[in-house]
Structure formats: C-alpha cells, structure tokens
Design a binder for this molecule. Structure first.
Ligand SMILES: [Zn+2]
Length: 336
C-alpha cells in the first residue's frame, strides 16, 4: 500500500501498479489513468491542478454537478512530454454529459456566420489543395459544429460530409450545407465503410480522452494517400503563457478546467501520436490564430499581436517555443 493516507477526508488509497509506477491517493468518483495515452509511459509527474465547476448543470444534470469543487491533477509524461489527467471521473458518459450544451438557435446561427476561425480554415484548405489533386476532393470534418468549415470547403469545390454529435449544431450544419452530417463517432463511420481523401479535426482532438484511439479510426476513414489535418492547442506553450499572465496580472490560471482540454499536446507528442496511428510524412507547425471580432483600437491591437506571434512562431524551429500557442499537424495515410 502507498503510505499516503488522509484519515476522514473521504480519500481512498490504491496499490501502486506492478510496473513500479507510484501509488496514488484517489478521491471517490475518480479512477486512475496509469499510463501515458500517447507513448504508454508510466513516469508521470504532476504539474497543474484543474478545478471543476459544474454549477451551470445543477438542474440539467445533478450527478455531474456533484463534481463541482473537485480538483484533478494534470501529469506530464517524461517519455514524450504529453500532458493528461492523473484520474478521470467514474460518472458514466462524463464527457458526453459535459458537452450536452443546449445552445440557442441564435447562437448556433452566429457560429455559422462568424469569421473568427477563417484564417485557420483557409490555411487548412490551402494546404489540402496543395497535397491532394482536385479529382480526389472528398472531405470529412470531424466535429463539424455549425458547419462553417464544411461551407468554406464547398465554396472551394470539395465534396464534404461532417461528424457532429450535438443534435442542434448537427441539424444546422446539415440544413445550411445540404451535406450529410453524421451523428455517429468516427469508429462507427469507418466500420460502415465510409472513406475520404481528407479528414479534418480543428479544436477537437484536445477534448477526446485516449486520443490515439480516435487517430486510428481516422486512419481507417482515409483512402491510401489521404491526408489528416489536426489543429490543437499547444499544451506546453499554453501552460507557460498562463503562468506568466498569472504572475504579471490579476489573471487566474486556466488550462484544463473541468477537463475540457483533457489532452495537452506538445509538438513532439503530437507527431508521435499521429505517426503511431499509421500516418507517414507527419509535419507539425504553428497553427494560424483565431481572430475574434474586437471593437475599436483594442480589437485591432489584439488581432495584430496574434498575427505577429503567428508569424514569429512560423520561423524554422519556432514551433518548439512558447510562441506557438496552437499546433497544426498533417499526416499522409500509408499506401498499404
Ligand atoms: Zn508519453
């Protein structure tokens, strides 16, 4: 038994695993994640304690709300640099319940029209057009949200489909693109025999526990020679940014509260995860920034700072610096 005990605190103590990884004091309602989701390593050290606050769900989901006030450590893998939670809630379908957001129709409509991600979307479509001949332009957007990326791809001549599990955004995306938006996960779609020339995940992979399982399903969805395009936050750069903001201003650190960003990729661990899923010629670079519609001088300044940081992060080697707040990866499915 691990020696650590906290009498009367409601904590339970579990035995260390046989492979020599340290034991862990677990709170009720959590189960341990013993191995790195990317490389399988067991040398995991704590570096950030996430807060959980589900007060908004007090009526909608009282069981989820019970996690309010709990904390979960993020741990970093010594083998590959990937960051992930030390433990996960045992509440069945925890992540599905957390993402069961009942957005208003007006908000969904606004998300379809909003241009704040267009710099990212245009960069992805440019790169895919460079890598895939026009005769093979069938694209799947995983996590299609309200359908804006599907729409922009259609404008450029792509035949598109989407995956979106949220019923409101899925219905909106399908109605406003006329394209099929699947309400099943990537594994099911692959088993049903669907195949594409490009599969795109933008701001999705950081939300899915055990991300290598999803990456393997994406490989199954692609034709040989097809391209996967993945955009995620750079976990290590975001951590450094948040620490500096908290030191210099009244800002409160926020990295993966409620385990929303359950995966904290670094350039190295992202390359490894994509490569291990069966992709070749894997490349990672700084991703283009979001440009929120700001008002007046402040909004213009904010946009200028984001563009300048992206330009600096695009220099050779700079993807490994804190300037690269977001990562864009591409990989090619092998020919076998
Ligand atoms: Zn690892």
């Amino acid at each position: 038994m691990n020696a650590e005990s906290r009498a009367g605190s409601g904590f339970s103590v579990i035995d260390p695993p046989e492979d020599g990884a340290p034991g862990l004091v677990l709170k009720p309602g959590f189960e341990r994640v013993a191995r790195c989701w990317v490389c399988g390593g067991v040398r995991l050290s704590r570096y950030y304690e996430c807060r959980m606050d589900f007060s908004e769900y007090v009526e909608q989901d009282p069981e989820l709300h019970q996690y309010t006030g709990q904390h979960v450590w993020l741990v970093r893998c010594a083998g590959c640099g990937f960051g992930q939670p030390e433990a996960l809630p045992t509440l069945p379908n925890f992540f599905d319940r957390m993402y069961d957001q009942r957005w208003s129709d007006a908000w969904v409509q606004q998300e379809f029209s909003a241009t704040y991600k267009d710099l990212i979307f245009d960069a992805i479509l440019n790169e895919l057009a460079n890598r895939i001949p026009p005769a093979r332009h069938r694209l799947l957007d995983v996590g299609a949200h309200a359908g804006r990326f599907m729409h922009l791809a259609q404008v450029r001549g792509w035949t598109v489909e989407g995956i979106e599990l949220n019923p409101r955004t899925a219905a909106y995306a399908q109605a406003h693109t006329g394209a099929h938006v699947h309400r099943v996960n990537a594994h099911t779609l692959a088993l049903d025999g669907h195949r594409y020339d490009a599969v795109v995940l933008t701001d999705v992979l950081e939300h899915i526990p055990e991300p290598t399982r999803l990456l393997a399903a994406l490989a199954a969805l692609l034709e040989p020679g097809g391209i996967v395009a993945i955009k995620v936050p750079n976990g290590s750069a975001q951590w450094i940014k948040e620490r500096w903001l908290a030191r210099l201003t009244a800002h409160r650190m926020s990295l993966a509260e409620n385990l929303v960003h359950v995966n904290q990729f670094t350039p190295r661990s992202l390359v490894r995860a994509v490569r291990d899923a069966g992709f070749r010629r894997v490349q990672v670079s700084a991703a283009a920034p979001e440009l929120p519609a700001g008002n007046g001088v402040r909004g213009m300044l904010d946009g200028a700072v984001r563009r300048a940081m992206f330009a600096a992060a695009s220099f050779p080697g700079a993807v490994h610096t804190p300037l690269a707040l977001h990562l864009q990866a591409y990989g090619t499915k092998g020919q076998q």
